[in-house]
Design a protein around this ligand. Sequence first.
Ligand SMILES: O=C[C@H](O)COP(=O)(O)O
Length: 255
Amino acid sequence: MARRPLVMGNWKLNGSKAFTKQLVEGLKAELANVEGCDVAIAPPVMYLAEAEAALVGSKIALGSQNVDVNISGAFTGDISTEMLKDFGAKYIIIGHSERRTYHKESDEFVAKKFAALKEAGLIPVLCIGETEAENEAGKTQEVCARQIDAVLNTLGASAFNGAVIAYEPIWAIGTGKSATPAQAQAIHKFIRDHIAKQDQAVADQVILQYGGSVNDKNAAELFTQPDIDGALVGGASLKADAFSVIVKAAAKAKN
Ligand SMILES: O=C[C@H](O)COP(=O)(O)O
């Protein structure tokens, strides 16, 4: 079935008020006439207001890099689904390897975030992926299956209706060493087949993004692969021209 590609920029811990305005203006100009690809940006939550204002009149969606499982209360430093909705955020990244590593987020905790997002009507962008050591030990499929199973076993396959999974091999993040299109396709197919074991229709529609050193040079070839439905882009999403090349490559390859 035809899936609409999604290219999302994860700005991580980068930016300022002025940078946000400037980058959004640049993206609006570059992407004004691009059809056939959904586009989202996830600035730091500090700058959601600037991004929301700058995005007025654009089809680029707003997102966030994280969310908490609680709606309100004594949870110092956390951000809720309702707060994100207040700023018009739609696509919410959860389970990024940087949060799993630096904030010790477990598969079970990430699954709770997934549930909170579904409950709130927001779109989870569930990041999964293996370390270099796990990759070398031949454990890539096992790790990806375990991270997906935390959601499948608690919420059921239907939770992936309208959801996004970003496969991000940790060894490829920020290293300039992207997975090859063939390597990424093989894991994407494994992920889709894994969900299909529970529900073929859900597996057919779930958006599977690749992330890890995607740039304006390697994006087009990655998007030729049938199970790569877009990209979660870090470093290259901080430049309007590079990010726009990636979006245009997805629109071209998938339409
Ligand atoms: O969320 C994005 C990924 O971590 C990829 O980052 P990168 O494109 O800088 O390698």
